[in-house]
Design a protein around this ligand. Structure first.
Ligand SMILES: [Fe+2]
Ligand SMILES: [Fe+2]
Length: 360
């Protein structure tokens, strides 16, 4: 039996039920487009690009009939309000800063780190199983063979699902610190805003991807279930050990950087032809202040990867601090501003976080 056949056979035997259901529902859609409303996602791979008459729309699969679809996030219809602006302005990243992002891993040092890393690995395994995703083994990245090949549809499914989960920890952490401040009648020392900003940033990732694809009922159901479980689990865990939770997010972001790096490599090596010259959605161009000539999907992935690398650094740093008494180093003014210190920008990246002795 050939190696490829063996791999396919193994995949069939060990193939995840959820993944099969997911893939089957997508496949069914591509065979019977008229039934699209009743199932998960319309396949980008099987359907040609569609522009539903939406200005600047580059979304290419949808479960809504084209005559009903106008805009996924329509501007408010009010006579007086023209635009609402975010209070969380995104810092400007340079091309060099974004290209310098590296895959990194922080070594575990104690039992708390082990719990955090073990949980991330378990979640990653479950997530890969559910979405039928596999990274190519090291050294075989260039071989575009199943089951390692990822097309645009598979990537977007994964991105959307990941981002719905990724935006939870910052909001839970910020909310619990807010509550603690009220309850104990004490200052928070600047953590809340950074955590809420992270949640906002992750939600912007999601909103951007939703301009490229529209999930159907199956995916919405999966997201609902995942949020119900993850929100409550993270809420209780953060009450018990916020330090472990920040370490957990640090390790989760290590995986996010890895995932986006693989997607960038796929796009740069020509494996995602539909995204080759596609423009990034307007919402992204505005949010990241993407300069003229750098507004493609590839650029977008570089921006998002840099965000994930910043979350990785922030959360590993926060996990190194005393959760009750230390100020947030990302919202602090320093004695000597000339010396390197944590910032919101991408100019200084400490992939495994700042140690407490270096910032406090
Ligand atoms: Fe994200
Ligand atoms: Fe992130």
């Amino acid at each position: 039996m050939s190696t490829t056949a063996t791999v396919q056979l193994r995949t069939l035997i060990a193939g995840p039920t959820t993944a099969r259901l997911f893939q089957q529902s997508c496949l069914k859609t591509s065979l019977r487009p008229s039934a699209a409303v009743t199932i998960g996602l319309r396949s980008a791979a099987a359907l040609p690009f569609r522009n539903h008459g939406v200005p600047n729309s580059s979304r290419y699969f949808s479960t809504t009939s084209s005559n009903k679809l106008r805009e996924f996030f329509p501007p408010p219809k009010t006579p007086h309000v023209v635009e609402t602006e975010s209070h969380f302005k995104h810092p400007v990243f340079t091309e060099k800063e974004m290209k310098d992002i590296v895959i990194a891993h922080r070594q575990t040092k104690d039992w708390s780190d082990w719990i955090a890393l073990g949980t991330v690995r378990m979640l990653r395994w479950g997530m890969d199983l559910a979405t039928g995703y596999k990274h190519p083994p090291t050294g075989k990245e260039q071989k575009n063979v199943r089951p390692f090949s990822m097309d645009e549809r598979k990537w977007i499914i994964r991105f959307i699902f990941l981002e719905t989960v990724a935006a939870v920890p910052g909001m839970v952490g910020g909310m619990l610190r807010h509550m603690r401040s009220l309850r104990r009648m004490k200052r928070d020392l600047g953590w809340i805003e950074t955590l809420l900003e992270e949640a906002y940033n992750e939600r912007m990732h999601l909103l951007t991807f939703l301009k490229l694809a529209e999930p159907g009922w199956f995916m919405r159901f999966m997201v609902l279930g995942a949020q119900g479980v993850f929100f409550n689990a993270f809420f209780i865990s953060y009450l018990l050990s916020p330090r472990t939770c920040h370490r957990f997010v640090g390790y989760l972001e290590e995986e996010a950087v890895l995932t986006y790096t693989h997607a960038i490599n796929d796009l740069e090596s020509g494996k995602l032809p539909r995204w080759q010259d596609m423009k990034a959605p307007d919402i992204a161009v505005t949010y990241w202040k993407m300069p003229e000539g750098h507004q493609k999907i590839l650029d977008l992935l570089y921006y998002i990867r840099a965000d994930e690398a910043k979350h990785r650094e922030v959360n590993h740093t926060l996990a190194n601090l005393d959760q009750k008494y230390d100020p947030n180093p990302y919202a602090s003014k320093y004695d000597n501003p000339q010396e390197p210190h944590p910032t919101k920008s991408a100019s200084i990246m400490k992939p495994t976080g700042w140690e407490r002795k270096d910032v406090i």
